[in-house]
Design a protein around this ligand. Structure first.
Ligand SMILES: [Zn+2]
Length: 129
């Protein structure tokens, strides 16, 4: 995780998760994670694996590889550990329309899932901090 985004960002993301600032964690039909992370503003974040690499987009000023993405990953790991299933992002999830500005999502349909296999494996293998 530190190699992905830097120790400082990881440490801040960890604090955000610990402080309970990650809300409404959901999964898109493609298995990506989306969550809203409270800061001075609400930051809508999307985390995915593309071509074998972890990627993230966010509505914050950093847009990629930010502490909000780190907090989202850590929250997801917590949910997996508890054996729970994250809630599902639906087509009309407002965050997805916000994030459309940053990426091309083909279509979002509700499914029950714990994320795509790549993303889950990546989070478990490399998400340790
Ligand atoms: Zn962010």
């Amino acid at each position: 995780m530190q190699a992905w985004t830097g120790a400082n960002t990881v440490s801040r993301g960890k604090d955000y998760q610990k402080d309970g600032l990650v809300h409404d964690l959901g999964i898109t039909s493609s298995g990506a994670l989306t969550a809203t992370v409270r800061d001075t503003l609400n930051n809508d974040t999307l985390v995915d694996v593309e071509d074998g690499s972890l990627t993230s987009r966010c509505t914050c000023m950093f847009m990629i590889g930010c502490k909000h993405a780190v907090a989202t990953i850590i929250e997801f790991l917590k949910i997996i550990k508890q054996g729970a299933i994250a809630s599902v992002a639906t087509d009309d999830d407002y965050r997805l329309s916000l994030l459309m500005k940053y990426l091309t999502l083909v279509s979002i349909i509700p499914i029950e899932s714990q994320g795509n296999e790549n993303l889950r494996s990546w989070c478990i293998a490399y998400g340790k901090i």
